[in-house]
Design a protein around this ligand. Structure first.
Ligand SMILES: [Fe+2]
Ligand SMILES: [Fe+2]
Length: 273
């Protein structure tokens, strides 16, 4: 493990670039750093952030060590801990959990999108109403209710120049550009363009939520003081009061109605749960 220890204080992005074989092992432990590569986390952060059971962590580190110095491979293939769950349930502070819970409703919408696309009819009043409802859900719930709290409050307590925060801002902006394009396409009854942007939005948000849930939020949780967390929670309360309880309630009904009317195939979305 000596060789591995030397790399622990280095940015994960650099280490993965040097040793691409690490990605497959990290993926096995449901650690998405290889796909994310926003570059903020250090290699050692992957252990603390992802909070693996102790024995599993030991095993994973030995396997990672085997990639870094193959001649000193410490664990043969086949695991003595195969019976243990590889991923420990993530624990968030109550503050961060508020945002993680809001992701659940957005993920329900992402899961419904393939059926919405399959049944899309922009030539009928009813069909256009459904598409408009979906776009409104994105702009009112995902953006105005959720992203705004991240951008206007939470991120203000972070280093806004940090690559990971910049990456989150950029994703939010891209999502807004899809909303704008979908509104324009709906006006023109351009079904192909709506579908193109809706599917691109789905892919973007699925990846964005995964990065927040698995990397950004645990990272923030570990760095913010209790005083900051309390101040952010008050900011969230104030923002939600200003928006009113009607908006999230309306959005929940929109999703519940869709779920009643459209079949949501199991496993149609890899990051739904
Ligand atoms: Fe976000
Ligand atoms: Fe979010």
């Amino acid at each position: 493990m000596e060789e591995l220890a030397k790399h622990l204080p280095r940015p994960i992005k650099e280490v993965i670039t040097e040793f691409p074989g690490l990605v497959d092992i990290l993926n096995e432990y449901d650690i998405g750093c290889g796909a994310c590569m926003v570059g903020t986390c250090l290699f050692k952060d992957i252990v603390s952030i992802h909070n693996l059971p102790q024995e599993v962590e030991k095993e994973m580190m030995a396997r990672l060590s085997g990639v870094i110095s193959p001649s000193r491979q410490e664990v043969a293939s086949g695991s003595a801990f195969a019976h243990l769950p590889k991923v420990r349930e993530k624990t968030y502070s109550p503050l961060v959990k508020r945002l993680v819970d809001e992701h659940l409703l957005i993920k329900k919408w992402l899961a419904l999108i393939p059926e919405v696309v399959k049944n899309m009819d922009v030539t009928s009043e009813e069909g256009r109403k459904l598409v408009a409802g979906g776009i409104d859900f994105i702009s009112s719930y995902a953006d105005k209710f959720h992203h705004a709290k991240e951008e206007d409050i939470l991120f203000k307590y972070c280093d806004e120049q940090a690559e990971i925060i910049q990456a989150m801002h950029s994703d939010h902006e891209t999502a807004r550009s899809h909303v704008k394009a979908m509104r324009e396409a709906l006006e023109k009854e351009d079904k192909d363009a709506i579908i193109k942007h809706l599917l691109a939005y789905r892919e973007l948000l699925a990846d964005h939520i995964k990065k927040e849930d698995e990397i950004l939020f645990p990272w923030i949780d570990g760095r913010l003081s209790e005083t900051d967390k309390n101040a952010i929670a008050s900011g969230f309360d104030k923002a939600e009061r200003a928006i009113g309880a009607e908006l999230p309630a309306k959005c929940e009904i929109f999703i519940a109605d869709l779920e009643k009317n459209l079949p949501v195939p199991q496993n149609n979305f890899p990051y739904l749960t």
